[in-house]
Design a protein around this ligand. Structure first.
Ligand code: SF4
Length: 383
């Protein structure tokens, strides 16, 4: 496999050349499309929910969540009326909870300003919270048959290879070029199917490794197939190293329960339940800081402190190193929160049934609490 060579000029295709692949793409899609539940409905709301869930999550994972979500909130007005905690509960395990929060917020806007319906153009959809250019294009084209383009990771890969774009796919000029190609390609009949065909091709044939070029509908016109460098595309320049963050968290035990705290609605892990704790300096000893951090953030004096271990979690631009402790407080100890918006004393496994952050799941795992031990039994026992 040849490595991708950077070229000085960007690869271009004439609009007529771009549109020529519409027919083979649609024919391939008709014959090969996966039977996914959201492809059996015309309900714009159901399609919107699927697109929100699919943004960061694999299809197989999304299917049961999508079904449960629509059972719990079958339409925009039921989602708008719901308690955010109930939306989080149905979302639990899917991660990236800001998506659930934004869906609820957008549903409230739709009820208040759009008669409880989704607008049918990408421009109007873009005004809703949580809907970016990709989702706007997907919903407008799939649900409303609009000639609205979309570009996601799969589409970028297909375009880079088919057109032969050998520049960093994250640069503004290349991203703009991708959107221009998508806008040209979507013009014509069946825009929703065309967009889905592109994404399907990227998900099933034009995969990052081992693309299935011999059975690809674009094979005869594909630059990377001709050059033999498909696996090197798209070009991704090395990203800057994520910033290192250090923090401590503790399983604080009181009368057989542990303390869970909820983070504020802004910032890292917004609105999610975690173990109490807080950040520490890069050079600080976690064991020297645990008592002070917990006194400052939940107002508790701890005893029987034991270091359990460390977990790491990668956010988009930050790498969190979390030192995990176990400790106790006296039976009558009262919580005085500072920096958290709620707290509960719970059976440890019940935290996994709340909307929780990735690092919390890892910390609980260190403490021997996993999904297998979790029963959906969160019970508020004291506040
Ligand atoms: S021919 Fe190969 S590299 Fe080109 S678009 Fe198809 S699967 Fe991708």
């Amino acid at each position: 496999m040849r490595r991708a060579k950077k070229t000085s000029g960007r690869a271009e295709r004439a609009p007529s050349e771009i549109r020529r692949v519409r027919a083979p793409l649609l024919r391939w899609y008709d014959a090969n499309r996966r039977d996914l539940p959201w492809r059996r409905t015309n309900d714009p709301y159901a399609i919107w929910i699927s697109e929100a869930m699919l943004q960061q999550t694999r299809v197989e994972t999304v299917i049961p969540y999508w079904k449960r979500f629509l059972e719990a909130f079958p339409d925009i007005s039921s989602l708008a009326r719901a308690e955010l905690d109930d939306v989080y509960t149905v979302w639990t395990g899917l991660g990236y909870y800001s998506r659930a929060r934004n869906l609820k917020h957008a549903a409230e806007t739709l009820v208040a300003e759009h008669d409880g319906r989704l607008p049918d153009t990408a421009e109007e959809l873009l005004k809703l919270k949580g809907i970016g250019p990709y989702t706007a294009g997907a919903v407008a084209s799939i649900a409303f048959d609009r000639e609205a383009p979309l570009v996601d990771g799969n589409v970028i890969r297909v375009f880079a290879r088919w057109i032969g774009i050998r520049e960093d796919s994250a640069t503004r000029t290349v991203v703009e070029q991708m959107w221009a190609i998508a806008a040209e390609l979507v013009k014509g009949s069946r825009p929703g199917d065309l967009n889905q065909a592109l994404m399907e091709l990227g998900a099933t044939l034009c995969t990052p490794r081992n693309p299935q070029c011999p059975i690809c509908p674009l094979q005869r016109r594909c630059d990377a197939n001709a050059q033999g460098d498909a696996e090197s595309l798209p070009v991704k320049e090395k990203k800057a190293k994520p910033t290192r963050l250090r923090a401590i968290a503790a399983s604080i035990e009181r009368g057989g329960k542990i303390l869970a705290v909820r983070r504020p609605e802004t910032g890292l892990m917004a609105g999610l339940w975690t173990l109490p704790g807080g950040p520490i300096g890069v050079a600080e000893e976690a064991k020297d800081r645990i008592g002070t951090v917990l006194a400052e953030t939940v107002g508790l004096e701890i005893r029987d402190v034991k270091a359990i271990g460390r977990v790491e979690h990668l956010f988009t631009h930050r790498r969190l190193e979390l030192e995990v402790f176990r400790c106790r407080v006296d039976k009558g100890a009262r919580v005085r929160r500072c920096g958290f918006v709620a707290h509960r004393w719970l059976a440890a496994r019940a935290i996994l049934d709340l909307a929780h952050a990735g690092p919390t799941r890892k910390a609980l795992s260190l403490l021997g609490v996993t999904d297998e031990t979790s029963a959906r039994t969160a019970r508020r026992t004291n506040t």
